[in-house]
Design a protein around this ligand. Sequence first.
Ligand SMILES: NC(=O)c1ccc[n+]([C@@H]2O[C@H](COP(=O)([O-])OP(=O)(O)OC[C@H]3O[C@@H](n4cnc5c(N)ncnc54)[C@H](OP(=O)(O)O)[C@@H]3O)[C@@H](O)[C@H]2O)c1
Length: 175
Amino acid sequence: MKNSKIYTIVAVEKNFGIGKNGFMPWSFRKEMAHFTRTTLNTKDPAKENGLLMGWVTWESLPSKFRPLPARKNIILSRDPYDAPGEEVFDDINTAIERLRQDDSIENIFIMGGASIYKYAVENLDLDGLYITHIDKDYDCDTFFPRVPAKYNKETKLGEAEEKGIKFEFMLYEKY
Ligand SMILES: NC(=O)c1ccc[n+]([C@@H]2O[C@H](COP(=O)([O-])OP(=O)(O)OC[C@H]3O[C@@H](n4cnc5c(N)ncnc54)[C@H](OP(=O)(O)O)[C@@H]3O)[C@@H](O)[C@H]2O)c1
């Protein structure tokens, strides 16, 4: 769909860390529910959303949960990469174009990891950034970039607490 909106979606700890050794250093059921609800949501029930992710993020998903259901999963790798049944692209812009030309796709969510977020935040004209802020420090080796000042329309979508740790669901957009 030509009018597809494009978002990033991420959970970050206090220093914008997102992962360690190929996995997320936390597991929050309510955060996962927010991710699922947000990425499944379509205005048109006949359509689904597209998900773009690097192969490391793909492999971090438990095999019983991948592909993430009721969404078009697209994997990014510049090298040949085998993900049976899924589409693999060697270029993020080609992947976005592929999703935009597909009338069954409503919106596009970029779901990591670090270099893909960095490219998207610094180079794409995003419709918004969904960021869950986890109010705790974690030891991380991969990070989300700072949100550019142009995305200064901040909406608090909600908040939650799990295992004694608070988090906030935010959406950053342009005015
Ligand atoms: N907190 C969160 O919300 C969240 C979300 C997602 C991921 N994570 C975490 O982030 C970590 C994984 O991130 P990561 O940065 O290590 O790996 P990644 O982004 O998932 O995958 C990296 C690979 O993607 C390919 N790639 C990167 N940019 C590309 C581009 N522009 N075009 C085509 N292919 C491209 C490259 O594959 P080749 O080397 O094959 O070319 C690269 O090695 C894990 O710890 C994961 O748990 C956290």
